[in-house]
Design a protein around this ligand. Structure first.
Ligand SMILES: O=C(O)CCC(=O)C(=O)O
Ligand SMILES: [Fe+2]
Length: 294
């Protein structure tokens, strides 16, 4: 069950928020911590140190958080409008021009409508060379996966996107309507992501879990459709190292009682480990895990 502010009780939530703010700790919204980007670069050394500590805590204890004061609202709105224009101002035939052709695709479109997935999406690679669909003219979106989930009236309870984790160091996500995306918490409960205004959602990816030898976890998430009576648009941007970077548990996270729990590999090799292309960005975390020695 997803936990909501309602379930915690508004009063309790307010009190908790006040107390936490007083302690200068991170605040909670639907159990998801909030990190203030501007404080991470504060001129005040103490404030900066404190907020870095909170960032570490959020990564370790949650694995995901809302980031405020990091991206201007008009940038988020512009990106969502660009994605919406892409889906609205092109027809399906035009979009299907980006169907898989080969492993070198830098823009790829897909429409899936079956029990395990209900979404139309476009994936684009923007690094080191920027790619973007040519239509509509006004489409100025940069990077990542644009997801369009249908309204749920016909498909109540169905899965928009099945449980998975994302590769990369971290993923930033914006959405036009709240509800739908759920994160599986450390405690094993599903938490609905309701991104507050002026914020973006950040979650840790597989390669940060590998780099930190499992200290920071890449969390399973899914999209369900029964929260939405309208279509929902999201943009998930995957931030990873360069493709030739060898990612392995860093020395600072290894000692006698904490042996490496993942084998190292270049980012590109790990993205292609299960026969996928770079643009598919499918997780290979399970395959990279070392077998347990008894
Ligand atoms: O649409 C969402 O909210 C999540 C998308 C997602 O998890 C992904 O593209 O990997
Ligand atoms: Fe994802």
């Amino acid at each position: 069950m997803a936990h909501s502010v309602g379930m915690l009780g508004q009063e309790c939530f307010d009190l908790k928020k006040k107390a936490i703010a007083h302690l200068h700790d991170y605040s909670f919204m639907d159990e998801i911590p909030t990190i203030d980007y501007s404080l991470l670069f504060s001129k005040d050394h103490n404030e900066r140190a404190k907020s870095l500590e909170h960032l570490g805590k959020a990564c370790q204890e949650f694995g995901f958080f809302y980031l405020i004061n990091g991206v201007e609202e008009r940038v988020v709105e512009g990106a969502l409008k660009g994605i919406s224009d892409f889906f609205e101002l092109t027809n399906q035939e035009e979009r299907s021009g980006y169907l898989k052709k080969n492993s070198m695709d830098r823009i790829r479109w897909c429409l899936r409508s079956h029990a395990g997935e209900n979404r139309e999406h476009l994936k684009i690679v923007t690094h080191p060379v920027y790619h973007c669909p040519s239509k509509p003219d006004r489409c100025k979106i940069r990077r990542a996966t644009f997801n369009l989930y249908p309204p749920s009236l016909q498909s109540k309870g169905s899965i928009g996107l099945a449980e998975h984790t994302d590769p990369g160091f971290f993923v930033s996500l914006i959405q036009d309507v709240n509800g739908g995306l759920q994160m599986l918490s450390h405690k094993g409960n599903w938490i609905t992501v309701n991104i507050p205004r002026n914020s973006i959602f950040i979650s840790i990816g597989d390669h940060l879990e590998i780099l930190t030898n499992g200290n920071y976890k890449s969390h399973i998430h899914q999209v369900i459709l029964d929260n939405n009576e309208v279509k929902r648009i999201s943009m998930a941007t995957l931030h990873g190292p360069s493709l030739d970077t060898f990612v392995a548990p860093a020395l600072g996270f290894i000692d006698e009682s904490h042996p490496p729990t993942y084998r190292g590999m270049t980012y590109k090799e790990s993205l292609e480990l299960n026969g996928f292309d770079e643009i598919d960005v499918q997780s290979s975390l399970i395959q990279l895990r070392m077998p347990l020695s008894l």
